[in-house]
Design a protein around this ligand. Structure first.
Ligand code: NAD
Length: 308
């Protein structure tokens, strides 16, 4: 749910997001296609207006007879999913009290942690994070728990959030440094982890990066596909977003659709690291960007799926 300058912007966004969902499902080996819905609103509704919108949206999703399953994302919560569920059976991520699996963000962070380590291993020859300098942009529902895991693993953290207080409090807790949100991507470090919004890796930002690895949770980090090549030219190893941030859908589909237990979900989260290894090997063998390599693997998996 988001405000857009014009309806065409919302349409463009939902098409990019739904395409990324297809890629994410394919790379996470989940038996789902990809879809996304965007609620383009003049402003984020609260209270009764929010409830009415969720009910109306629930009716719409129900009319698709299970071909589309909705879930939480930007500006929506498990409580909103509970409201949608009053009208609709195709909804992931209701609260646990209401029969759902709750927020997927902690498992997105776990999957990202595995993926980030696999990316570090490829770039530096070891997945040991002790003493690695890592800059995290956005310490919300995913960036927060990720930072805790990184600190636990011995990394030295630089944290930033447009909510200054949030970054400062977490930095104090983790013995990390909090900096202004403006310059976080330009921090001199080993790893930059974009965990805030999309489009942050663009023609303007990439020349200013001073890191060896980019691995973060944000969806659609590249402003355009060529940005993956820009990163390769700069010698920066980029973990494609839809591979490394699949922990959320692994959580939702694993628990709510496939009936999996914690062990199986954790196995899938760890496999994100192995999938990235496959992406990096293909990129090197073909001399292409990691973004292009991931896209090629998606295409292969979808084609094999179609012919199976
Ligand atoms: P969130 O809203 O809980 O956290 C985002 C944080 O980033 C907030 O603290 C916000 O203040 C901060 N922020 C926003 N713009 C910023 C900026 N320009 N600079 C610095 N900080 C900024 O969201 P989340 O659930 O942690 O998700 C983070 C990203 O990961 C989003 O792009 C989301 O789409 C993506 N993602 C989330 C999940 C999930 O399971 N939650 C799964 C896959 C992908």
């Amino acid at each position: 749910m988001k405000s857009y300058p014009a309806p065409a912007d919302a349409l463009r966004d939902v098409l990019r997001l739904s395409s990324a969902m297809t890629s994410k499902m394919a790379m996470a080996s989940l038996p789902l296609g990809g879809g996304k819905a965007v609620l383009a609103v003049p402003e984020i509704p609260r209270g009764k207006a929010s409830r009415e919108l969720m009910l109306r949206y629930g009716d719409l999703v129900e009319s698709l007879h299970g071909t589309y399953i909705t879930a939480c994302d930007m500006n929506t919560t498990p409580d909103d999913m509970d409201v949608i569920a009053e009208r609709c059976s195709s909804v992931f991520g209701r609260t646990e009290g209401n029969g759902g699996s709750g927020t997927s963000a902690p498992n997105t962070a776990v999957g990202l942690f595995h993926g980030l380590r696999a990316t570090v291993a490829h770039a530096f020859g070891s997945d040991d994070l002790t003493g690695k300098d890592i800059a995290v942009q956005g310490v919300g529902a995913v960036g927060g728990p990720l930072s805790r895991m990184l600190a636990e693993a011995g990394a030295r953290l630089t944290l930033a959030d447009i909510d200054d207080v949030r970054a400062k409090e977490l930095a104090a807790e983790l013995d990390a440094e909090a900096v202004s949100a403006d310059g976080i991507l330009e921090t001199e470090c080993d790893v930059v982890s974009p965990c805030a919004t999309g489009g942050v890796l663009n023609a303007e930002a990439i020349p200013r990066l001073r890191c060896r690895v980019v691995a973060g949770a944000a969806n659609n980090q590249l402003a355009e596909p060529q940005d993956a090549e820009r990163l390769r030219e700069r010698g920066i190893l980029y973990a494609p977003d839809y591979v490394v941030n699949a922990g959320g859908v692994i959580h939702l589909a694993g628990y709510e659709m496939l009936g999996e237990d914690d062990d199986r979900v954790n196995e899938r989260l760890r496999a994100i690291g192995d999938t990235l290894g496959e992406v990096f090997r293909l990129a090197e063998a073909e001399g292409i960007s990691t973004g292009a390599a991931a896209d090629a693997l998606v295409e292969k998996r979808l084609t094999e799926g179609r012919s199976a």
